[in-house]
Ligand binder design. Sequence first.
Ligand SMILES: Cc1ncc(COP(=O)(O)O)c(C=O)c1O
Length: 382
Amino acid sequence: MYDFDKFPDRADSDSVKWHEVSGDVLPMWVADMDFESAPPVVKAIQERAAHPYFGYPYTLELLKDHIVAHYKKKYKVTVRPEWIVWVPSVIPGVVTALQMMGSKFMYSIPMYDHIRNLHNEAKLPVVEVPMKRDESTYRYTMDMDALEAVLSPDIKTLILCNPHNPVGRVYTKEELLRLEAFCTRHHLLVISDEIHCELDLEDRHIPYFAVSDDAAAYSVTVSSAGKICNIPGLPLGFAIIPNETLREKFASRQDGLLPCANVLTIAAYEKAYDGSCDEWKEELREYLRANRDYAEARFAKIPEIRTPHNEGTYLLWLDCSALGTEDPADFFLKKAHVKVSSGKIYGYSRYVRFNYGCPRAQLEEAIDRMEHAVEVWRALKK
Ligand SMILES: Cc1ncc(COP(=O)(O)O)c(C=O)c1O
């Protein structure tokens, strides 16, 4: 059993999450976890680093076989090695697919902030469409009618984020099929960002390309081991593109970028996908489920904060509208000494995103502080 209660010393780890807080502020923002990276990955990097020769690697092709076997075991789906195209990391893969289409694109909001900035990076126009929220459960779903209503012939691409950052949804098969029918009807390419796929806490994630033949025929699914193995600082990613014509078009846009992995990253990714980390990943998900349940139960007792049930990722989407401030992240930073991500960057200013991927003691302390800050605010209001 791995001890996820152990608190790693991140002081000298070059962590942006810990670098940008001072004094006693607890960082519950950037999406990496305050656990050691997956131990088989760490060991593989250490062993490779101990070897005093860093020549050109040949193993990237072999790594594809591990990914194929992983998708078969974890999702019971077929990936052929030739469907896999390496990308520098997930976001460059999404940008490559957007630029390949070279047209206006759409997605539902709230949405991960970097995706919300892609119209600048890809220099393409975008349409953002609000999701629907059930007002009793606060559960979010994609609003298919609203997506349909804003469609125009120049929109050729839709970005899906599944599991969803920041609302924590893992879309059901029915939802994915509904989306696929919509995209097929309107001939929209789906770029599915599945970086959080192994952080599915409901055991139901379906890779988009596997949802139907039409989905396989017109999609680019991008993922990596960054989130699950807690190695986002070792960038690499892969796009799964079953359609050969599309794949060749995508790959041809990457000339000059290949090979995009170094020997240490390759050593890490071999262990990430060859089954060595399976037990650790399972234990991590168990720990995260318990953290999620704890955090949701605690936030449910604070009337000013509402949160949908988190199905995947380690990110809770907190609706803080009742606090009456346009910047609840600033409120929690100043009054609770807890740094959370401002909802504004995801499209909704009265919300915050809260990262619960940390040892339980840190999570408890962060929520204690936030609860206390809200209690003081409530008392002063009277
Ligand atoms: C949904 C989503 N996509 C992509 C990324 C970043 O991907 P990468 O660092 O591999 O480019 C993140 C990081 O938080 C994310 O949450």
